[in-house]
Design a protein around this ligand. Structure first.
Ligand code: NAI
Length: 217
């Protein structure tokens, strides 16, 4: 059973990476792995891995390491991946269509059920077998199709109103790509994804390295 204690966001954010690595190991028929080897592959200290996994009761055995399949399944459970999630995408432009075209979401249990847009030229167009629907149909669609997650890939000015309409229709998870903070009720989970933030972090690290090099000259 999972303990009820609060797990830090930093730990949660590292779990998908463990899950991905373990999935790769499984695909390569690796049955068990020592924490040292896992740490070398992932470039994370063995103690970090142990500490992270100890939050959930720990899964390693002294002298054995980790059973890859067991750990993979347990981390999957912690991440809630034994459930299937019905997803809709709001805004079927460049990003919305790119997400709809990505097949790996389904492999992890995130099923794209619908794509919505306001543009009449897009409504009716098919993306990977899904017809883009008019945004006016959204409320009924969410209710009738038991939609759990909405990806927001529409202009930022439109995102708050659409998000609040979605919440009224019963959506509990928002995957927000629009570069704006959403103020929604506490029981709604918002995960913001900002590629530009990641690029700026990259830029920071590059510029820091460059500065260091110059200082050393
Ligand atoms: P786009 O202009 O190609 O697509 C936006 C789509 O939203 C259009 O088809 C438009 O008709 C539709 N739309 C507008 N109002 C709507 C409404 N009320 N309901 C439903 N659909 C509506 O733009 P793109 O490049 O796909 O970007 C979409 C959003 O994602 C923008 O807010 C952009 O800033 C953001 N973005 C975020 C990234 C990230 O890393 N978080 C990366 C790229 C884009």
């Amino acid at each position: 059973m999972l303990p009820e204690k609060k797990i830090s966001t930093a730990v949660i954010k590292r779990l998908p990476r463990y899950y991905r690595y373990l999935g790769d190991l499984l695909e390569n028929d690796v049955v068990r792995i020592s924490s040292k080897e896992l740490s070398e592959r992932m470039k994370v200290t063995a103690s970090q891995i142990r500490q992270d996994l100890n939050n959930f009761g720990g899964f390693g055995q002294q002298g054995y390491g980790y059973n890859v399949e067991h750990l993979y399944k347990e981390i999957g459970k912690i991440l809630g991946l034994e459930n299937k999630y019905n997803v809709i995408i709001i805004g079927a432009g460049n990003l919305g269509q790119a997400l709809a075209n990505y097949t790996d979401f389904e492999k992890r249990g995130f099923i794209v059920k619908g794509l919505f847009d306001v543009n009449p030229r897009l409504v009716g167009v098919e993306i990977r077998g899904l017809e883009i629907k008019d945004i006016d149909e959204i409320e009924n669609f969410v209710i009738e199709n038991n939609i759990h997650i909405a990806a927001l890939t529409l202009p930022k000015q439109k995102a708050p109103k659409v998000a609040s309409d979605l919440v009224k229709a019963g959506i509990k998870g928002i995957w927000n790509f629009a570069p704006i903070d959403l103020n929604l009720p506490k029981d709604v989970v918002v995960e913001n994804v900002h590629l530009l933030d990641s690029l700026m972090t990259l830029s920071y690290t590059i510029s820091r390295k460059e500065k260091k090099k110059k200082q050393q000259k």
